[in-house]
Design a protein around this ligand. Sequence first.
Ligand SMILES: *[C@@H]1O[C@H](CO)[C@@H](O)[C@H](O)[C@H]1NC(C)=O
Ligand SMILES: *[C@@H]1O[C@H](CO)[C@@H](O)[C@H](O)[C@H]1NC(C)=O
Ligand SMILES: *[C@@H]1O[C@H](CO)[C@@H](O)[C@H](O)[C@H]1NC(C)=O
Ligand SMILES: *[C@@H]1O[C@H](CO)[C@@H](O)[C@H](O)[C@H]1NC(C)=O
Ligand SMILES: *[C@@H]1O[C@H](CO)[C@@H](O)[C@H](O)[C@H]1NC(C)=O
Ligand SMILES: *[C@@H]1O[C@H](CO)[C@@H](O)[C@H](O)[C@H]1NC(C)=O
Ligand SMILES: *[C@@H]1O[C@H](CO)[C@@H](O)[C@H](O)[C@H]1NC(C)=O
Length: 795
Amino acid sequence: MANESTPLIQTVRVGPPRRRYRHHTLRRFCNIACVSLLLCGFASFALHSLYIWPSGQEHRHRHPHHPHHGHPDHGHKHLSHEDLQAILLDTPSSEKAEEWSRYYTSGAHLAGKNYSQAEWTKDRWEEWGVKSSIVAYDVYINYPIDHSVSLLEKSSDAKSWNVAFKASLTEDVLEEDPTTAAKDKIPTFHGYSASGNVTGSFVYVNYGTYRDFADLVEAGIDLEGKIAIARYGGIFRGLKVKRAQELGMIGVLIYSDPGDDGEITEENGYAAYPEGPARNPSSVQRGSVQFLSSRPGDPTTPGYPSKPGVPRAPADETTPSIPSIPISYADALPLLKALNGHGPRASDLNKWWNRKLGLGYKGVDYNIGPSPEDVVINLYNEQDYVIAPQWDVIGIINGTIPNEVIIVGNHRDAWIVGGASDPNSGSSVLNEAVRSIGKALEAGWKPLRTIVFASWDGEEYGLIGSTEWVEEYLPWITDANVAYVNVDGGASGPQFSAAAAPLLNQVLRDATHLVPSPNQTVAGQTVGDVWDGKISTMGSGSDFTAFQDYAGIPSLDMGFGGNGSGPVYHYHSNYDSFHWMSEYADPGFVYHRTMAQVLAVLVGELADRVVIPFGATEYADALDSYLDKVEAKLQPADADLATDDEIFAVRGSVSSHEVIGSQDAFEESLKKIRHSISEFRDKAVKLDERAAWAKKKLEEGLPWWNIIGKARLGLTIIRVNHQYKYIERQFVFEGGLDNRSWFKHVVFAPGLWTGYAGAVYPGLVESIDAKNYSNGLKWAGIIKHAVDKATKSIQ
Ligand SMILES: *[C@@H]1O[C@H](CO)[C@@H](O)[C@H](O)[C@H]1NC(C)=O
Ligand SMILES: *[C@@H]1O[C@H](CO)[C@@H](O)[C@H](O)[C@H]1NC(C)=O
Ligand SMILES: *[C@@H]1O[C@H](CO)[C@@H](O)[C@H](O)[C@H]1NC(C)=O
Ligand SMILES: *[C@@H]1O[C@H](CO)[C@@H](O)[C@H](O)[C@H]1NC(C)=O
Ligand SMILES: *[C@@H]1O[C@H](CO)[C@@H](O)[C@H](O)[C@H]1NC(C)=O
Ligand SMILES: *[C@@H]1O[C@H](CO)[C@@H](O)[C@H](O)[C@H]1NC(C)=O
Ligand SMILES: *[C@@H]1O[C@H](CO)[C@@H](O)[C@H](O)[C@H]1NC(C)=O
């Protein structure tokens, strides 16, 4: 921390006398100042030493002849904010990003299996000037041993079973794509799937949403003792398995239906990868089947870090007890065809079953089944469950202000040797951001706020590396963490997308408007100009979860992805490879570079702006609009659902018939929340105004003699920053959500039965789904209290 004994006055630019303060006012202020000399001295000191002196960016750019420039006492020059931005925009390079991508995707790096990639990452970061270390956790985790899926038919004499079809459970080796032939290829399997050897008739369960299963039960389809064939999509895969398990099913196969690939299908005449952009029929989506919406992290250490020797709880609260295996559509075809003629057709059930039936042209009738007793599937899954280390890489750049910290993370582990998009496009982007920030340090930048970089391990199994780390450092994070920025898949297409806590919306927009778009139809367009501007609510599915939903840190997740009419993304498949990335997804790695610029510039804004660049009014408005959604849910109308997000929000929710409590009383309680939000908004507007005032004053500067003005400004900044920092924390409810108390945020959580998609006011929404208005009333009280607390915190 810079505390060289430089005169404070020197750093503030000499400006025109302040007109606003007339002499008597000034005198009055002087008197107050004399009385509270200590306070003013402190504030002024704090303003200068913490916020202005070390980088003084707000002034220097406009005053290139500032006394500090070329000051002989200083070994290095300080950077203006504009100079900082220039470095952060200029440094990221496509060639470097490609080099990092090539490195990460050249060997298996399944969670806890590749220490050398952790070390390599740490070494690079240190090379670039960021002190880094490896933090290890011992976690409960599974690694695949063996598996098989066979279609068995009774022989004609009914004495023995014939194997009618044995699934390959492997992805084709492609000559064009060396990754697919790697010796250390990782088998197709599910993280946290149960070992088991089960045989039974099988049922097609559509997407396996809560409502899909409810439809089956209603249609009288017997599920008990059967194996489910579910298609990927819509909701988190672990929740498909969870519901199947709850309904007495004994195993689950999940396949990727090309119907979910949009226009780009072989049926529509597109060649499959590697010849063309359509899905390779053998591609398999690996992935975790942890019950992510119940709790992420090590299943055996709920709420505390998985340090060696800690006591462990049983894992079954968040991991399935029935086996599951992911399969390709090539492997699913014979199984689905074996259902032809058995049970109702999916299209007969209701319209939600008659969508995107992508294998009809291959002879699949999409009958639901169950298959007759003489046609069964044997599903065999053997997993090795162990306690194994995970390695997070943590790099720290100390800022001037000790207790304001920006954390930036990406996970490193992948289901496959490649992972060129998920996660290592993000890893390459993060590296380029770290390298750029290193360049800025070299050029003399000293960030105001501490910056922590994290390369998480174990994200794929259940956000393990980040969750355990947040659980370990919770007191410090709660005290000091201003914002968390996440990049998972960072660049696998031309379309920018983001989810964020509303406090961060504006700084995100600002950052995207500083970075040139690689796709300019009009010269000079920025990423922000060509982006639709949609910012999703925070759900789950990546490492921001523990920050946002457990610790109450405003978080943000962003990246470039496909636009729906580009090459099909082979998610969690061997074909998410370096070859696919460089040939189809991001040729020339231009979007990698762009994403690194967005990330670096955003971190620059968050770490270097004297006034924390948050927007409280936007939070208030968001709280209000979320309440609209809750009220809309109370309307019985079966609205026409337009987007997949809307469809799955409904399909992935509980449907109950029994009403508990009074709906009228519940609706009244929502009005009270509405009122509290409007009070919060009033204060939020004032807070944002104080922030804007402080920013303006910093830009204009104060004359050297205006000690009082500076003290006032200093106090305002300290107060504004303190208030911004802790707003999000007010929405943390220690008791946690119903039946999933690890989730503490009363506004944001993953949908209970969707997993990825963000639910707003989960307590209210789940109570409405369950038609338990007594419970809804309880949650209305909790939420109102949180909003009131937030209001009080920014008075
Ligand atoms: C770890 O990854 C590197 C390169 O990404 C690879 O060379 C190495 O073989 C991998 N190590 C293991 C143990 O898989
Ligand atoms: C699975 O169980 C069946 C009997 O139900 C047995 O015949 C078969 O060998 C088992 N498979 C494996 C791989 O153990
Ligand atoms: C950052 O600050 C911490 C705590 O004050 C200190 O232990 C650490 O050595 C500092 N790191 C660097 C690189 O200066
Ligand atoms: C570039 O932008 C144009 C106009 O907005 C759009 O039509 C085109 O699809 C974009 N290209 C890519 C690769 O996104
Ligand atoms: C989508 O992106 C692809 C490149 O990935 C581009 O060729 C295509 O024009 C884009 N389409 C739209 C509608 O933006
Ligand atoms: C919590 O879980 C229990 C058992 O699964 C269930 O009966 C209850 O309705 C759940 N409570 C809420 C509020 O969802
Ligand atoms: C409904 O909510 C109340 C209050 O939270 C709770 O006590 C009760 O168990 C819930 N009923 C059901 C059926 O979940």
